[in-house]
Design a protein around this ligand. Structure first.
Ligand SMILES: [Zn+2]
Length: 187
């Protein structure tokens, strides 16, 4: 939802460019996919510990941010603008993890930000709240309201990332509930 808000700071982005900026706020967590292998092999003689070893390591750093930004720029038409927004969107994920992603066991998940160039820096913040803490609920609720408002005025929602049809249905529903006046509609 954070990435979606960033993607909508610039009305001129195409559908693909909005997707690039939105996915940039999710992509750091691909390093958590090892959890599948880890759960499957948990009781085996040779457990795989990719999740414990690599989550918040491989994808949560400046090197991966630059890689993601470069790939997005290649795929975008408005390269500079998209690269900048992707970079911001990616970093909002890191900041989100830093301020509000404490695990149920109190685990802080330090972020090795300067990897792969240096492992000297490990971001932690002592005020970090839990992943299910109330600030996250308020922020999420706010971002959902924003997405609904944007769907009403601009005519697309985060659902377009998954299905054009579902998006059209959602936008139509929002607009019939809260009709748009002519000048508030951009398309
Ligand atoms: Zn993360």
């Amino acid at each position: 939802m954070m990435g979606w808000a960033v993607a909508n700071t610039t009305p001129s982005l195409s559908k693909r460019e909005r997707a690039l900026v939105t996915w940039a706020s999710v992509i750091p967590d691909v390093d958590g996919l090892g959890i599948v292998a880890e759960i499957l092999t948990r009781n085996s003689a040779t457990p795989i510990t990719w999740w414990s070893d690599y989550h918040h390591v491989l994808g949560h750093n400046i090197g991966f941010a630059l890689l993601a930004t470069g790939v997005a720029a290649c795929l975008a038409r408005q390269k500079l603008k998209v690269a900048l927004l992707v970079f911001i969107s990616f970093h909002l994920h890191l900041v989100g993890d830093l301020v509000g992603a404490r695990g149920p066991d109190g685990d802080q998940w330090p972020i090795p930000y300067l990897l792969p160039f240096s492992d000297a820096s490990q971001w932690v913040w002592s005020g970090q709240w839990g992943l299910n803490g109330w600030p996250n609920l308020i922020i999420t609720a706010g971002l959902i309201v924003l997405a609904v408002l944007l769907a009403r005025s601009r005519g697309f929602s985060p659902l377009e990332l998954f299905s054009r049809r579902a998006d059209a249905v959602f936008v139509a529903t929002v607009r019939s509930r809260w009709p748009v006046t002519a000048d508030a509609s951009s398309n």
